[in-house]
Design a protein around this ligand. Structure first.
Ligand code: CTP
Length: 395
């Protein structure tokens, strides 16, 4: 259940903070990616470096970036959008009270407010604190607000007292986290999503074709992201340079004409994402046999292929969302905005080929998600960008 999921682990200042390092390991063993945010007092119990080296990420404590770090002034928002689950273990009475009252005075509590994912709180405290009326009231409040609570265990406490307040066993926290993740209904649950990916090949003869270097990575990332958000996905793809991941239903095409035929079968889909790099031209004449160089022609007459996205835009259903891509080498926003309009798409993901860290074969990308009235930039791995784009549109 936790495999491939993104978890924020929030650690607050209690003696059980050291157990959070074991919890982090178990999340990772279950296949999750984990980032850690600590309250300032949690750093008195366990060093930042412990969680940083275990998670492979900087640990965020303050809402402002640490000195020398990037200028990511809105990382509580970015983290909040990134995560599938936020687990606060241990959660002190102090942080619980802040959450109950919507206080955001550090990275952890600010991310709680910004998070779009479920939040699991593991209240952990010593002595009679857990039974204090203020704590009971706050627990009730956060439960009413929709946060998940895992009650503490009873037993021997750090003070030497016996009582209710121990951090539950790691296994129990994992079970709870899995259960919450398993019950999440993605925003694309029950939706049919078609994603096209990769290049097309326009054959001149059996051995030669016109094509482009599209790897299909961005389209595959979009298909995986849609599936992660609950959609029933079909990937229609040209000849890819990477394998289609297991579990994605895929149909293979070669030419733009075949792609058009395949897409027409799904023209009523709820969402169509045209990430394919469709050839704009195809040879006017296709030879059955290899064209020999002796006596062969030295030019290739071409004809235009059908603009599939424009056709989909013309036949768009009211409830349908149509997402196109635009690959540009100049005037990115201007050209992509023109495509949004001309093709009647709801969104265009605009890629610039001239930016470093973006483009055909790369694992990373820099894009702008354009709609009629918005322009949102995204940067990162194609996988992360795909999720963020779909979350922006559908969540
Ligand atoms: N597209 C399409 N059918 C085509 C060409 C492109 O459906 N024959 C789609 C692509 O899948 C993409 C969008 O249209 O979603 C824009 O593709 P792009 O290659 O950037 O632009 P073109 O429309 O081909 O225009 P130009 O080549 O002039 O930039």
């Amino acid at each position: 259940m936790l495999s491939g999921k993104r978890i924020i682990l929030g650690v607050t200042g209690g003696i059980a903070a050291y157990k959070a390092a074991f919890l982090l390991r178990e999340f990772q063993k279950a296949g999750a990616e984990v980032r850690v945010t600590m309250t300032p007092s949690a750093t008195r119990f366990v060093g930042l470096e412990t969680f940083a080296s275990l998670s492979g990420h900087n640990v965020a404590v303050d809402i402002f970036p640490e000195e020398g770090e990037s200028t990511d002034w809105t990382r509580h928002i970015n983290w909040g959008e990134w995560a599938d689950l936020f687990v606060i273990a241990p959660c002190t009475a102090n942080t619980l009270a802040k959450i109950a009252n919507g206080i955001s005075d550090n990275m952890l509590t600010s991310t709680v407010l910004a998070a779009r994912c479920p939040i699991l709180i593991c209240p952990t405290m010593d002595g009679e604190m857990y039974e204090a009326p203020g704590v009971s009231k706050n627990l009730e409040t956060v439960q009413q607000q929709g946060y998940h609570i895992l009650e503490p265990d009873s037993g021997y406490l750090a003070s030497g007292l016996e009582g209710k307040g121990r951090l539950p066993e790691i296994e129990s926290i994992l079970d709870n986290a899995s259960e919450i993740i398993g019950s999440i209904k993605g925003p694309l649950e029950g939706k049919k999503v078609i994603v096209t990916a990769g290049p097309t090949r326009e054959h001149l003869d059996p051995v030669r074709f016109i094509s482009n270097p599209s790897s299909g990575k961005m389209g595959i990332a979009m298909a995986q992201a849609a599936q992660k958000l609950g959609a029933d996905v079909t990937l229609i793809h040209g000849p890819l340079s990477v394998p289609v991941p297991d579990g994605i239903h895929a149909e293979k095409i070669i030419s733009a004409a075949e792609l058009f035929e395949a897409v027409q079968n799904y023209q009523n889909a709820d969402v169509i994402i045209m990430a394919a790099a469709v050839s704009d031209f195809t040879p006017a004449r296709v030879y059955d046999q290899k064209v020999k160089k002796s006596g062969g022609e030295n030019s290739i007459p071409l004809k235009k292929t059908r603009d599939i996205l424009a056709w989909l835009g013309e036949h768009k259903k009211e409830s349908q969302t149509l997402i196109g891509f635009a690959m540009e080498t100049e005037d990115l926003i201007k050209n992509a905005t023109q495509k949004l309009k001309n093709k009647n798409a709801d969104y265009i993901v605009a890629n610039s080929l001239s930016e470093s860290g973006s483009g055909f074969e790369s694992d990373t990308n820099k894009v702008h998600l354009l709609s009629k009235d918005s322009d949102k930039p995204f940067e990162g791995t194609k996988r992360d960008i795909a999720i963020e784009i779909l979350n922006t549109i559908f969540r």
